[in-house]
Design a protein around this ligand. Sequence first.
Ligand code: SAM
Length: 219
Amino acid sequence: MVAARHRVFAAGLYDPIVAAVAAECAGARVVVDAGGGPGQYLAAALDAADQAVGISLDLSKFCARSAAKRHPRGFSVIADLWSGLPVRDGAADVVLSIFAPRNAAETARVLKPGGRWIIVTPEPGHLAEIVEPMHMLLVGEGKGQRLAAEVADDFDDVAVRPVRSSVALDEPMLVDIAAMGPAGFHRTREQLAESAATVVADGPVRATLDVTMTTARRR
Ligand SMILES: C[S@@+](CC[C@H](N)C(=O)[O-])C[C@H]1O[C@@H](n2cnc3c(N)ncnc32)[C@H](O)[C@@H]1O
C-alpha cells in the first residue's frame, strides 16, 4: 500500500488535492497529520509552511517509517488515534485528517484556539468509473452530516470546498490506485492486474477525483 501510494503521488495524480491542503497550511508552526499514511500530505504542508515542524501519526509502522523520511522537518509517531493523540494541549496550528479516521475531541484538544482542522473526504463520485471493475470499496452515505456533527461542538468558521479533477490511468496506475486503498488488502496484485487489463483494454481510462476539503477553526 505504501509503495503504491508513493507511485500514485509521484505521478502527480493527486496533485490538486495535495496543493489544496498545502495552501491551507501556509504560516503554520506545528502541523499534525492524523492518520498521515506515508506522509506525502505532511511533506507538502511543510514545504508550504517554511517555519513549521510536522508530526505524522499512524497506526501502521510501515506508514510511520515512510512518513519519517519524507521531510527534514517531519517526525513520525506510531499511534492509535482512538487512544488519544500524543500531542500537548493547544500545541498545533493545523491538524490534517485526510482520508483517515477522525477523533474530533482529541483534535479539538491539541489545536490552539484559532487553529485549523483540515479534513478531506471522498465524495460518491470519487474514482466512480473504476470502483466497481476494480472491486474497490464504495464510499458510505451520510458522511457530510456526520462531519457536521463532529465539528459542531468545538469549531466554527466551517468552509466546505469541492476539489475535482480528471486523471487518465494506464494499467499500472490503475493497479496502484486500487492497491493504495482497502482493495490492496483483500485482493492480490495479480487479481488487481487482471481487472485492470479488462478496464484498459481499449486504452487508458479516465477517472474522476472528487473530494471535499472541509476546514474548520478551533473556537
Ligand atoms: C486511507 S489512508 C490515508 C493516509 C493519508 N492521509 C493519505 O491520504 O495518503 C488511512 C490511514 O489511516 C491510518 N489509520 C487507520 N486507523 C487508524 C487509527 N486508529 N490510528 C491511527 N492511524 C490509523 C491507516 O494506517 C492509514 O495510513
